[in-house]
Design a protein around this ligand. Structure first.
Ligand code: FAD
Ligand code: NAP
Length: 337
């Protein structure tokens, strides 16, 4: 009766859910929701599983979101693009670019579905999902109705939203997102690695970022991983000043909050001597210390151990506690490291 999650988590861990349903159209919600209501088991919605770590088999119901479709509208100033939750977000970017809709290119090649994009407000190279969101369409299990949550009510922040809250994860199934993309296009070239692209077209920026990412990140099809394992820590300016005294090259960026500074987790992990470390079948990527990888056949406990070691070493050296960005699930639901 159980359902394999091996192809539904990019760590490639051989774990199972007690029950699983692939939701290809709205009619397929009925048996899944009946199972959840009838059994009282916890449930979990998955897209591609590129931001999750299972520490063991999940004892609940996994809903794999595979809703497909696009809808394009426009007015004088904006393009409106509605994307069903199971569409690949990167494919949506390429579909937009092919239609002359520019703006999403900095989010090139982030794995995963459109439905997961609002959950952690995906971001890269100075852009985030929130910059383009008009609303998120949800199946609200509290009312049984399809609803729209406007961008202003999604609580978007740095790699966060209301959808990360436990009570909302148990209430909302995201079924679609609608983007609002200005027709007046301004390239977003603030990141150092985009310097030199002045005058480039949106497709050039997309290709440049895609090439950078292919070069810098392990491909989950070859080495199981879920991208950055930890969030960049946001610390008080006083903590940053103290670090600066000992480590004058510590990188930091404005955190968007008064008196706070964003540190680069990858730099801290690297300097704590954890880049390319290996424990059994798991470790960190030699290319990017922030990425915990399955070197082949790793058990969930090996991935957890590596993440704990990394966190411990960074804390011992810098006094900064890293928080997982990856969502961690145990037998009964979300849990900590
Ligand atoms: P999943 O991993 O399946 O789910 C993630 C979370 O969202 C889970 O808690 C799940 O329950 C919830 N969820 C998923 N779909 C729904 C839904 N329809 N309704 C309600 N809840 C839902 N992230 C970035 O922000 N920036 C990056 O640059 C980036 N680079 C990455 C690079 C690599 C190589 C990898 C492997 C990952 C990277 N990530 C990055 C993380 C990941 O791509 C994003 O978090 C992505 O949005 C996850 O999509 P998914 O469909 O795989 O979601
Ligand atoms: P990078 O460009 O070498 O930068 C290192 C870190 O410094 C990043 O975490 C980035 O923060 C921060 N940074 C750099 N320039 C900045 C600026 N001008 N303003 C504010 N912050 C700045 O990073 P990288 O490792 O090669 O990754 C490139 C981009 O892809 C980053 O945006 C990163 O977030 C994204 N990425 C994300 C994941 C994931 O799973 N979340 C995985 C791979 C790559 P930000 O992270 O806030 O951008």
């Amino acid at each position: 009766m159980s359902f394999s999650l091996k192809n539904h988590n990019t760590f490639g861990l051989d774990v199972r859910a007690a029950h699983g349903y692939v939701i290809g159209d709205f009619a397929m919600f009925a048996p899944a929701l009946e199972k959840i209501a009838g059994s009282g088991l916890p449930f979990l919605v998955l897209g591609r599983g590129s931001d999750v770590l299972f520490t063991e088999d999940f004892g609940g119901v996994a809903l794999i979101n595979a809703l497909k479709g696009f809808e394009f509208n426009e007015d004088r100033d904006f393009h409106y693009v509605k994307i069903q939750a199971g569409e690949d977000f990167d494919e949506a970017i390429r579909t937009c670019l092919a239609r002359g809709i520019r703006g999403l290119e900095n989010l090139a090649l982030i794995p995963g579905t459109a439905g997961a994009a609002p959950v952690q407000n995906i971001g890269a190279y100075g852009a985030s999902f929130a910059d383009f969101c008009r609303y998120v369409e949800v199946l609200d299990l509290a009312t049984g109705r399809l609803d729209r949550i406007g961008a202003a009510d999604c609580g978007f922040g740095y790699r966060t939203s209301i959808f990360k809250k436990r009570e909302n994860a148990a209430r909302y199934i995201i079924t679609a997102v609608e983007l609002k993309i200005p027709k007046a296009w301004t390239p977003n070239l603030g990141y150092e690695s985009l310097a030199g692209l002045e005058g480039a077209e949106a497709w050039d920026i997309y290709r440049h970022i895609a090439a950078l990412r292919r070069d810098r990140l392990p491909d989950p099809r070859e080495l199981g991983n879920a991208g950055s394992f930890f969030k960049n820590p946001v610390v008080d300016a006083a903590v940053y000043d103290m670090l600066l005294g000992t480590y004058p090259s510590v990188p930091a960026y404005p955190a968007g909050e008064d008196g706070k500074v964003k540190l680069a987790a990858g730099w801290l992990i690297d300097r704590a001597g954890c880049r390319g470390m290996r424990v059994g079948n798991a470790g960190t990527s030699a290319k990017q210390a922030l990425v915990v990888v399955n070197y082949g056949g790793a058990a969930p406990a090996e991935i957890v151990l590596v993440a704990q070691l990394v966190r411990g070493k960074v804390f011992a050296k810098f006094g900064v506690l890293l928080e997982p960005e990856v969502r961690i699930y145990g037998r009964t639901g979300e849990c900590g490291l």
